[in-house]
Design a protein around this ligand. Structure first.
Ligand SMILES: *Cc1c(COP(=O)(O)O)cnc(C)c1O
Length: 469
């Protein structure tokens, strides 16, 4: 059957009703899910029916089966991992992207979504003060955006030595050394495995997790003379402290030694939109590539990352489906499928266009600053809870808290999650168990902060009551 409009109507209407019911439940429902996946499997995994089912009935059943197992990640009191919410314009745009069903790799085939993504890319470079003319690839997330940036680095440092990576592969190639800070995100190591680059050289970081430029210089100068090809991976936004690596100093050290510099800014790159963070990020624009997520700080739906590379000819040599890019003019915007690992792809960048279009420049700056303000308010409130200790300098959206020894911190975390009012992650930092807060949702307001602090006080009180009894 071809796509007859009426065939969609009832199912889409039901999807809208269930979406609104879900969103309406968020302010009052417990943040955590009521059941676990194993409890839901029986419902979902009934024998596959022999005969078709009406699409609207399928949507009703899906919503009913899923309801008890949904985590209220869109809640203003969800502070787990680094999980943004979704702005209304971005969510609605995402629905349209599905309805349009464009395979968004090629400009000529899907001009509307190509133009929207290219416009969003331009706004992004402008907002974050990154070099205009950089290539922006819309990826599935931060992991793949880091993959694109680091693959571009691999391409560039081998190109410079005249090594034909596409023809010869890595076997027999000059060994590339990759330098990372001690507190890089775990996916950086994963990406280096994808790229066949092996384990990185780990450089010491300070107490906030920022790479030490002197230690970077010493590590790069150790070993081979003359030094072989190198990549340095920096971080804008530490998971536990929110801290930014000292960009200007570290990039200077790296560039003086001929390295490609990539910055993992999955959530923290957005700080560059605000003048408040300009000093902390000074020199950011000097790097060669950057990775960020739109599904974190910018609050578009999953999944959407962005890989920004200063040299289009390099990223297109690494990812181009068209051949021989090194001899081709790369001055134009180019096709998305030449900038990301996927061939067929969702027009995910359209949600970025919608988010930025709805926020405007001032709204984007305000979004970033509000997240940081709410984090500072939470930290301030927590520091007044007896026995609680905020372990990091709260410079952005992340707060790491200890409630004494590891056991007590774990108990407070568990009691908080049981209460259902707010959700925060347990983690480990500098050898200690911590409760980690990430303020990443545009909707988190003063009431959410007050309710979450009260819930945390309650959790501490309940743990103390058990210890006394
Ligand atoms: C989330 C995150 C990643 C991974 O991004 P995904 O979108 O989850 O793939 C990488 N680095 C940092 C600093 C992150 O916060």
């Amino acid at each position: 059957m071809s796509a007859k409009p009426d065939a969609f109507d009832a199912a889409l209407q039901r999807a809208r009703v269930h979406s609104m019911e879900w969103l309406a439940s968020i302010p009052t429902r417990p943040v955590g899910p009521a059941v676990q996946a194993d409890d839901l499997l029986a419902g979902f995994a009934a024998p596959l029916p022999e005969q078709p089912t009406d699409p609207a009935a399928v949507i009703d059943e899906l919503a009913r089966l899923a309801e008890p197992g949904l985590m209220a990640m869109p809640s203003g009191r969800f502070f787990g991992w680094v999980i943004g919410g979704t702005l209304p314009a971005a969510l609605a745009a995402d629905w349209l992207v599905s309805a349009w069903d464009q395979n968004a790799g090629m400009r000529f085939a899907t001009p509307a979504v190509a133009a929207a993504e290219e416009a969003a890319a331009g706004w992004l470079l402008d907002l974050l003060h990154l070099p205009s003319g950089s290539d922006v690839g819309f990826t599935t997330g931060g992991t793949t955006a880091n993959f694109v940036g680091l693959a571009s680095g691999r391409q560039a440092v081998l190109d410079r030595l005249g090594w034909d990576l596409a023809g010869q592969g890595l076997s027999g190639a000059p060994r590339i050394r990759v330098f990372v800070g001690a507190e890089r995100h775990a996916v950086i190591d994963l990406v280096l495995r994808y790229l066949g680059l092996g384990a990185p050289v780990v450089v010491d970081a300070d107490e906030q997790g920022r790479i030490l430029p002197d230690a970077l210089a010493a590590a790069m100068d150790a070993g081979e003379t003359p030094a072989g090809p190198a990549i340095v991976c920096l971080q804008a936004g530490n998971l536990h402290s929110g801290a930014f690596d000292p960009m200007a100093q570290a990039i200077t050290v790296a560039h003086e030694r001929g390295a490609w510099v990539h910055v993992d800014g999955a959530f923290g790159l957005w700080a560059a939109a605000s003048p408040r963070f300009r000093e902390a990020l000074a020199g950011l624009e000097l790097a060669d590539s950057w990775a960020t997520d739109a599904h974190k700080t910018l609050n578009v739906p999953y999944d959407c990352g962005m890989a920004i590379v200063t040299r289009p000819e390099v990223v297109r040599a690494a990812f181009g489906v068209h051949t021989a890019y090194l001899m081709t003019d790369t001055s134009g915007p180019g096709d998305q499928f030449d900038k990301v690992p996927e061939l067929s792809r969702r027009a995910r960048g359209v949600t970025v266009w919608a988010a930025l279009r709805s926020l405007g420049r001032a709204g984007t700056v305000d979004l970033v600053e509000r997240l940081a303000d709410r984090a500072a308010e939470l930290a301030e409130g927590i520091s007044r809870i007896p026995g609680a200790e905020v372990l990091n300098d709260v410079v952005f959206t992340q707060v790491s808290v200890s409630f004494g020894d590891d056991e007590r911190t774990r108990r407070v975390t568990a009691a908080l999650l049981d209460g259902g009012v707010a959700w925060m992650s347990g983690s480990r930092w500098h050898g200690r168990d911590v409760l980690r807060i990430s303020v990443s949702n545009w909707s988190t307001d003063a009431d959410d902060v007050a309710l979450s602090l009260a819930a945390l006080e309650q959790a501490v009180a309940s743990v103390d009551a058990i210890e006394l009894s």
